[in-house]
Design a binder for this molecule. Structure first.
Ligand SMILES: [Zn+2]
Length: 175
């Protein structure tokens, strides 16, 4: 396990500072990623920062779209992007969402965050956090307990996804 003593933060800062516009150590995104990775005993490398920052500045890109954005600013293989997205998803740092096209889209938002997917399109948007909280609050504890009891499981999290069409009738253009 990597500890703070073996992995001083200033070394990461220096590495990040060498990567142009990525990794501003005053950025809340950088602080968030750094602390999450530290909790997992993982290094906050310039590549990881670049992928995370680009993801957080994008609207639910695929791995390929993210790679195209990141690699215009930093040399990086598609495999690195895939591996990093897998790592971040497995640690709950980002969300991996199945899309209509059968590929995955990624979101840098918090775990509690829900999505609306437009049918007939690959576009998805965030459900506002306050509405997501209302939905979570409205889910009955007794139903959750019954799920645990009948399936013999313990629920650690929940993912709600909505789908439908635009109520304005306007055609949705994939983002
Ligand atoms: Zn999202």
């Amino acid at each position: 396990m990597v500890t703070d003593a073996q992995n001083p933060a200033d070394r990461d800062d220096q590495a990040a500072a060498d990567q142009g516009s990525f990794g501003d150590s005053r950025s809340p995104l950088v602080s968030r990623l750094r602390s999450r990775l530290r909790m997992e005993g993982l290094r906050c490398t310039p590549q990881r920062l670049a992928i995370y920052e680009t993801l957080c500045g994008s609207s639910h890109p695929t791995a390929e779209e993210l790679h195209a954005s990141v690699s215009s600013r930093m040399s990086m293989s598609l495999a690195t992007v895939y591996n990093t997205l897998d790592l971040f998803s497995s640690k709950g740092i980002i969300l991996r969402i199945p899309s209509n096209s059968g590929s995955f889209r990624y979101c840098g938002g918090q775990r509690s965050h829900m999505h609306f997917q437009y049918q007939g399109s690959d576009r998805m948007v965030d459900v506002p956090l306050d509405l997501g909280e209302k939905i979570m609050d409205s889910i009955s504890e007794s139903v959750l307990s019954e799920i645990e009891e009948r399936l013999g499981v313990r629920i650690d999290g929940m993912d709600v996804q909505f789908m439908g069409t635009s109520s304005s009738g306007q055609e949705v253009v994939d983002s």
